[in-house]
Design a protein around this ligand. Structure first.
Ligand code: NDP
Ligand code: PYC
Length: 338
C-alpha cells in the first residue's frame, strides 16, 4: 500500500466485490455476475465502472429499489428475437442467462436481438460485446440511463448518458471494440471528479442555471452535454428509441421518474444485437475478415490507435501486476462490510 493507493490482485477484487454484495443482501448468482464485470472494469482501468460501482450498487440495495434475489426469465419471442425479463434485479445476470439463446439465434439466422427488460443497469457494455465477439460474432449493445443529459441546443436533461458499444471479431488477438457514453463523458467520471474535488472541462456540462461550469458538483445538479453536439444528441435519441420505446421499456426520463429521487442505479432496458459474419458472407467469409484487417492496418500504420487498445494494454498490466485502487475508495468499500 502506498500513501494514496492499495494494490490488489484481480482475485482479491473479485472476492471483495462478491463479499460486499452478498453481505448487503445480493443473491450469490447476482453477486457472481456483478463481481465478474466489476473486476473486468478495474482490470482494464475503467475507473468509472470498476470497483467504484460497489458504492452505487450497495446504495441501491440499501434503499430497497432493486430485487437482489430476482431470477431472470428468458422468452423466445421470434426467430430473431429473445427477451429476458430481469424482474427488477440487476441486468448482468439477465445478460448471462440470455446470451446462449442470443448466440444460437444469431448463428441460425445471421442476426438476432436480445432485449433485457426491467433491469437495474450500471455496467460498461464492452464486456458484453466482447463476449459476443469471443464467439466469432459482431456485437452491438446500447442502453438508456437516467435523464442527466441535455439535447444539443437545450439545457434541460432529457437523455441518459446512453452508452453504445460495438465489437468486431478478429482472426488473431483482441477484437475491434469501442464503447462510449453518448454524453461528453460518463456520469461515473463526473462523480469521480466530484469525489476528489477535481475541476472538469467547461464543455462537459452546465449548472442548474444553464451556464457552463468547471465545478463537478454544480454539473451534477445541472445537465451534461452530449458528445459531438447534435450528432451525439441524435445517437442518444436513437438509443432512447431502440433500447427504450422499441423494447417496451423506460426511457431515461421515465427511469429518472421511477427512481423517485432516491439516487439508485437507473432501471430500464438494454438492447443487444449479434450478427454472424459466416452467415452474412458464406463462401466470402475470409475475404470479409481480410478486408476488415486491411482497414485496421490503414489506421494503425499511420500511428493512430484502435479504440480499446488502452484497455487491452491495461488488462495485460493488471493481469501481471494487479490493480491500484485509491486508498480513500478502498476504505469506503470496506465500510460497506460493517
Ligand atoms: P471513453 O471516452 O473513455 O472511451 C470511449 C471509447 O473510445 C473507448 O472504446 C476508448 O478506448 C476509445 N478511445 C478513447 N480515446 C481514443 C483514442 N485516442 N483513439 C481511439 N480510440 C479512443 O468512454 P466513456 O467515458 O464515454 O465511457 C466509459 C464507459 O462508461 C463505457 O464503457 C460505457 O459503457 C460506460 N457507461 C455506462 C453507462 C450505463 O448506463 N451503463 C452509461 C455511460 C457510460 P479505450 O478504452 O482503449 O481508451
Ligand atoms: O457512468 O454514465 C454513467 C453510468 C450511468 C449508469 C451507469 N453508469
Amino acid at each position: 500500500m502506498s500513501d494514496n493507493h492499495v494494490m490488489l490482485t484481480l482475485d482479491e477484487v473479485y472476492d471483495l466485490s462478491r463479499k460486499v454484495l452478498i453481505h448487503n443482501g445480493m443473491s450469490s448468482e447476482h453477486a457472481t455476475s456483478i463481481a465478474k464485470v466489476i473486476t473486468q472494469g478495474q482490470r482494464d482501468e475503467c475507473q468509472s465502472h470498476g470497483i467504484y460501482r460497489l458504492l452505487v450498487c450497495v446504495n441501491t440495495l440499501r434503499n430497497g429499489k432493486v430485487d437482489p434475489q430476482a431470477l431472470p426469465t428468458v422468452k423466445d419471442v421470434a426467430p430473431g428475437i429473445v427477451t429476458v425479463d430481469s424482474r427488477f434485479g440487476y441486468s448482468l445476470l439477465g445478460f448471462d442467462t440470455g446470451l446462449p439463446t442470443l448466440i444460437h439465434k444469431a448463428k441460425t439466422n445471421g442476426i438476432a436481438a436480445m432485449a433485457i427488460n426491467n433491469c437495474f443497469h450500471f455496467s460498461a457494455l464492452w464486456p458484453e460485446v466482447e463476449a459476443i465477439a469471443e464467439r466469432g460474432l459482431v456485437g452491438i449493445a446500447m442502453s438508456p440511463s437516467h435523464s442527466w443529459v441535455a439535447p444539443a441546443g437545450g439545457n434541460k436533461p432529457v437523455f441518459g448518458t446512453n452508452p453504445l458499444a460495438f465489437a468486431w471479431p478478429r482472426p488473431y488477438g483482441n477484437p475491434f471494440v469501442f464503447d462510449f457514453a453518448t454524453s461528453a463523458v460518463a456520469r461515473g467520471d463526473l462523480e469521480l471528479h466530484a469525489r476528489t474535488n477535481q475541476p472538469i472541462p467547461p464543455e462537459w456540462a452546465v449548472d442548474a442555471s444553464g451556464s457552463p461550469t468547471t465545478d463537478p458538483k454544480e454539473a451534477l445538479k445541472g445537465a451534461m452535454r452530449t458528445f459531438g453536439g447534435y450528432k451525439g444528441s441524435a445517437l442518444s435519441a436513437m438509443i432512447e428509441l431502440l433500447a427504450g420505446s422499441l423494447i417496451g421499456d423506460l426511457t431515461s426520463a421515465q427511469s429518472q421518474a421511477f427512481d423517485g429521487g432516491v439516487g439508485a442505479t437507473p432501471c430500464h432496458g438494454e438492447l443487444v444485437i449479434a450478427l454472424d459474419p459466416k452467415v452474412f458472407l458464406g463462401d466470402a467469409y475470409q475475404r470479409g475478415l481480410d478486408s476488415a484487417e486491411q482497414m485496421f492496418n490503414l489506421i494503425t500504420e499511420q500511428g493512430a490507435r484502435l479504440p480499446s487498445q488502452r484497455r487491452f494494454d491495461a488488462r495485460a498490466r493488471s493481469q501481471a501486476n494487479g490493480v491500484q485502487v485509491p486508498a480513500a475508495l478502498f476504505e469506503d468499500i470496506l465500510r460497506l462490510l460493517d
